[in-house]
Design a protein around this ligand. Structure first.
Ligand code: SF4
Length: 366
């Protein structure tokens, strides 16, 4: 059924066809194999079983409320120390003004993530959420990674659950999945020792899922990690999903070395990016969507990824700082027409969605 040249993959291919769960060691074997066409074909089989030829996109706007951050993660080119002349904090009014200025037609989501600044307490976050909901009542506010939520809990002297309750009350609609990086504590210690560990990251998702809200999850690859760390990461996500079921989408993120403390590293190869896309589709059998985030992968690789397990490209974005500070060469945003052309050019059917993956009719369609 699949074009397999590495015979070690044959038993795995039988499990894929039967829809059976792959083990940790089978995940390692997928990474050990260089039979990328076989991996792609197996992942594509799962992708098409779940989503046919649909590739989802959305109309969204990214805003980073602050780049001020105490954490100094070694892979990060975005965070600035509070005293740095290029650090900024947008007021809630600034955020609303930027949204008015940059919001694309038909926008259904504002995505807001930023740095960790001890001067910003829970009230600041609730204020900008409330201000945005007042100005754009129909727009979904996806904001604050678990790392930010855990930090707000600490600086505001609240439990994680209490922070989430306040954010929901203000109008937060869902949570993005950033800050996961790699869960393994030895790697985490070397790349981002100041941000919360895996336990708090999962505890935050648990609190939001228990309240019936959705979130996404990510993994950062191409720095110090090796395959067993990636598989461990995916298995932890899969275990959480078995129990709480609130992850909508997994997004494998590629480390961009420029302007970081790890600028001497090459970053992930194109081969690894496609391999991880396929491995994640095969391992994460209980997470419905796999996203090829075009800003970070590049448009061409995001197109290829649509045949290696991915079924989502993210959206219009409009203004992106985090990956562009680290040297991303992609545009900062795409129009709906461009996104649809990019999706059609790789032989997939563009389908407009909202944040929680409800399908929408594009404006102007008869
Ligand atoms: S990755 Fe996030 S937490 Fe780490 S330094 Fe950058 S902005 Fe701060």
């Amino acid at each position: 059924m699949f074009p397999i040249s590495d015979s070690r993959l044959l038993p795995i291919s039988e499990k894929v066809v039967a829809g059976e769960r792959l083990s940790f060691n089978e995940g390692l074997l997928l990474y050990d194999s260089h039979d990328l066409p076989a991996l792609g074909a197996m992942a594509n089989h799962v992708r098409e079983r779940l989503h046919g030829s649909k590739t989802y996109y959305n109309i969204n706007l990214h805003i980073n409320p602050t780049n001020s951050c105490f954490a100094s993660c070694r892979f990060c080119a975005f965070g600035r120390k509070a005293f740095d002349e290029n650090s900024y904090i947008l007021s809630p009014a600034d955020i609303v003004e930027r949204a008015h200025r940059q919001m694309p037609p038909g926008c259904t989501e504002i995505h807001l993530v930023g740095g960790l600044d001890p001067r910003l307490k829970i009230d600041y976050y609730c204020e900008y959420i409330r201000a945005l909901k007042e100005a754009f009542p129909e727009v979904h506010i996806k904001t604050l990674t678990p790392v930010e939520v855990a930090y707000i809990a600490r600086t505001s002297k609240l439990t994680i659950g209490a922070v989430i309750d306040r954010l929901i009350e203000a109008g937060m609609g869902s949570m993005p999945g950033g800050g996961a990086e790699i869960f393994d504590p030895e790697i985490r210690e070397q790349i981002c020792e100041h941000k919360c560990g895996a336990e708090e990251w999962f505890a935050t998702h648990r609190e939001i899922h228990l309240r019936g809200y959705k979130s996404n999850c990510t993994m950062l690859q191409g720095h110090l990690e090796v395959p067993r760390h990636r598989i461990d990461h995916m298995v932890r996500l899969r275990d959480h999903q078995d129990e709480y079921g609130g992850f909508q989408c997994f997004i494998p993120l590629s480390f961009h070395p420029a302007n970081t403390e790890f600028s001497h590293l090459p970053g992930p190869s194109g081969f690894l990016e496609l391999q991880t896309m396929a491995v994640s589709r095969l391992m994460l059998d209980n997470i419905p969507h796999i996203k090829a985030y075009w800003i970070m992968l590049g448009i061409k690789q995001a197109q290829l990824a649509q045949w290696f397990g991915a079924n989502d490209m993210d959206g219009t974005v409009v203004h992106e700082e985090i990956y562009h500070d680290a040297g991303a060469a992609t545009p900062e945003g795409m129009t709906v027409e461009e996104l649809c052309r990019v999706i059609r050019d790789c032989g997939r059917e563009p389908v407009l969605r909202n944040t929680v993956y409800e399908e929408l009719e594009p404006a102007g369609k008869d």
